[in-house]
Design a protein around this ligand. Structure first.
Ligand SMILES: Nc1ncnc2c1ncn2[C@@H]1O[C@H](COP(=O)(O)OP(=O)(O)OP(=O)(O)O)[C@@H](O)[C@H]1O
Ligand SMILES: [Mg+2]
Length: 484
C-alpha cells in the first residue's frame, strides 16, 4: 500500500477553473503528488471510492459543490468507506476565515485540514508550498494510522490466541453461570475474590477476567503468595530502592508497578503475612505505592483479583486475615465449582484434554470405549480439573489407539474404589474385590492422606509443617498425586 512515494489524489471540484488552479498549485511537486481522478459531484466521488478506495491517499474536496451530497455529510461518507483516506477541504472566500465553528465542524466530521481559496484572479488555489506540505502531512498521517491499525490488529489477534488457550470448557449450568459472572467482572475494575477447591480453575478464571477486560493489552501478573518466602513477599510486591537494605544494590521494580494499568492476581491470598496485608491495604486505599527504602510515593492503577481455597471469612474470625483488607478484596466474589458439582462436563473436558495432548504429544486421537468413560465419570476427582487433566495425559500415553477400562483404572489410581470424604478412614481399600499391588495401595493411601491433611491445615505451609516436611517437598508430592 505504501510502497511508492507517489501520493494519489482524488479531486472533487465542479468548477473547471478551480480544477486548473489546483493543478497549477501542485505542479511544483508533480513528481510526488498525482491527481489521479477528478470528479464533479459527491455521488460520483463515492461511487469511485466504493469501487477503489485503496487507489487514493488524499481527497481534496470543494466545500460547496453541486448535487445533494456535499460538506460534512460527504466527509463522513468518505471516512466510513475508508477511515485512512485523508480529506482536505477547499472553500470559497465567502467563508469567514475566523469562523471557528465552521472549522470545528469540518474537523469533527473527519477532515484533516482546510483552506480558503485565493480570489479568482490568482492562478493558484492557495499558497503552493503550504498546500503541498499539508498534502505530505496528510499522507504521513495516513501511514501512521495504517501502522497503528496493523499493530492494533496484531494485538487483538494475540488476545484472541491467549483467550483460546485459556478457554473455560464446560456446558453445565454452573459453568454457564461462571461465564456470566466473568463477563460482569470484566466490565468493571472492582476487586474480585475467587474461591473454589484446588485445581478447579481459579487461575483460569482470573486470566479470563483480565483478557476480557479493557485492561487486556496491559500486564496480567500472577503472584502465588503461598510460594514466596515470607521475608521476600514485601519486596517482590512493592519493590525497593537501592541501598534500602544490605544486598539491595540497585532499584527493584515491584510486581505492583509491573502490573500498573493492568491486573495483579494474588493467588493463595490467605497466605499473605500480616505486615504485607497492612501495606497492601494502604496501597489499595490510596492508589499509591511506597517502595521499601523510599518515602517517595508513586501512583499506581492496578486491578486486583485474589484467589483462595480457604474460608477467608473464617481466617478473619480467627484474626489471621485483616477484616478491612478482606472487604477491600472481596468486592465481587466468584465461586468456582468443584468438578463433582459439574460432573456433566467430565466427558467434554476429557475429550478436550485428549485433543490437546494428542496434538502436543503427536499421538493420534484414540477411540474411547463407553465403559472406560463410565469409570471416569464416576470418579470423585479430589484434585478437580487439574487431576482430570493429569489423568487424561496418562491415559493417552497408555492408550495405543483405544481407551479401555483397564487403562483408565491404571491411570486413575484405584478408580473403582469409592472414597468417602476425608474422614480418615481407609476401610474401602480393604473392601475391593481385587487385591491391589502394594505400590497402588500406597499411592491411594498417600493421596487420601494428603487430601485429608490439606483439608485440616491452615495452609499448605502448615500442612507441610504438620507432616514434618519441607514445603517444597510437600508441594512436589501433592503435585505427583495430582493434587496441585
Ligand atoms: N473449565 C476448564 N476448562 C479447561 N481447562 C481447565 C478448566 N478448569 C481448569 N482447567 C485447567 O486445569 C488446571 C488447573 O486450573 P487452575 O490452575 O486454574 O486451578 P486453581 O483453582 O488455580 O488451582 P489451585 O487451587 O491448586 O491453585 C489448569 O491446567 C487449567 O488450565
Ligand atoms: Mg491456582
Amino acid at each position: 500500500m505504501f510502497t511508492d512515494n507517489i501520493i494519489n489524489i482524488l479531486l472533487i471540484e465542479d468548477e473547471e477553473y478551480d480544477v486548473q488552479r489546483v493543478k497549477n498549485t501542485l505542479q511544483l511537486f508533480e513528481q510526488n503528488i498525482r491527481i489521479k481522478a477528478v470528479v464533479s459531484s459527491g455521488i460520483k466521488a463515492i461511487n469511485l471510492l466504493e469501487a477503489n478506495a485503496e487507489d487514493y491517499d488524499v481527497v481534496i474536496m470543494d466545500y460547496q459543490i453541486s448535487g445533494g451530497l456535499m460538506g460534512e455529510k460527504l466527509i463522513r461518507k468518505i471516512k466510513t468507506i475508508d477511515p485512512l483516506l485523508q480529506v482536505i477541504v477547499i472553500t470559497k472566500m465567502t467563508i469567514n476565515i475566523n469562523d471557528l465553528n465552521f472549522a470545528n465542524e469540518l474537523i469533527q466530521a473527519g477532515a484533516f485540514w482546510f483552506c480558503t481559496k485565493y480570489p479568482g484572479d490568482v492562478d493558484y488555489i492557495y499558497q503552493p508550498t503550504d498546500f503541498s506540505l499539508s498534502i505530505f502531512n496528510a499522507k504521513r498521517k495516513r501511514e501512521l494510522e495504517f501502522a497503528q491499525r496493523s499493530s492494533d490488529m496484531k494485538l487483538s489477534r494475540n488476545i484472541r490466541e491467549i483467550l483460546s488457550s485459556k478457554k473455560i470448557i464446560g456446558s453445565s449450568q454452573p459453568v454457564q453461570q461462571l461465564h456470566n459472572r466473568i463477563d460482569k467482572c470484566a466490565a468493571t475494575t472492582a476487586s474480585v475474590m475467587i474461591t473454589g477447591p484446588s485445581g478447579s480453575g481459579k487461575e483460569l478464571v482470573a486470566a479470563n477476567i483480565h483478557y476480557r477486560s479493557e485492561r487486556k493489552y496491559e500486564n496480567f501478573v500472577a503472584v502465588n503468595c503461598g510460594s514466596i518466602p515470607t521475608e521476600l513477599i514485601e519486596s517482590e510486591l512493592f519493590g525497593y530502592t537501592k541501598g534500602a537494605f544490605t544486598g539491595a544494590d540497585k532499584n527493584k521494580e515491584g510486581l505492583f508497578e509491573y502490573a500498573n494499568k493492568g491486573t495483579l492476581f494474588l493467588d493463595e491470598v490467605a497466605e499473605l503475612p500480616h505486615n504485607v496485608q497492612v501495606k497492601l491495604l494502604r496501597v489499595l486505599q490510596e492508589g499509591e505505592l511506597e517502595k521499601i527504602g523510599s518515602t517517595e510515593r508513586k501512583k499506581v492503577d492496578v486491578r486486583i483479583i485474589s484467589a483462595t481455597n480457604k474460608d477467608l471469612k473464617q481466617e478473619v474470625v480467627e484474626r489471621r486475615f485483616r477484616e478491612d483488607l478482606f472487604y477491600r478484596l472481596n468486592v465481587i466474589p466468584i465461586r468456582v465449582p468443584s468438578l463433582a458439582e459439574r460432573a456433566d462436563d467430565i466427558t467434554l473436558l476429557f475429550r478436550h484434554f485428549l485433543g490437546e495432548f494428542s496434538q502436543q504429544l503427536n499421538i493420534p486421537f484414540p477411540e474411547i470405549r463407553d465403559d472406560a468413560l463410565e469409570i471416569l465419570r464416576n470418579y470423585e476427582y479430589p484434585g478437580n480439573i487439574r487431576e482430570l487433566k493429569n489423568i487424561t495425559q496418562r491415559i493417552l500415553f497408555d492408550s495405543e489407539g483405544i481407551i479401555t477400562p483397564n487403562i483408565v483404572r491404571n491411570s486413575v489410581e484405584g478408580a473403582p474404589i469409592m472414597f468417602e470424604s476425608s474422614s480418615g478412614e481407609f476401610n474401602q481399600i480393604l473392601e475391593t474385590e481385587e487385591i491391589l499391588p502394594f505400590s497402588d495401595a500406597k499411592k491411594i493411601l498417600h493421596k487420601k492422606y494428603l487430601t485429608y491433611v490439606r483439608e485440616n491445615s491452615n495452609s499448605d505451609a502448615h500442612a507441610a509443617e504438620q507432616l514434618g516436611m519441607a514445603p517444597s517437598n510437600f508441594h512436589r508430592i501433592c503435585k505427583e498425586h495430582g493434587l496441585k
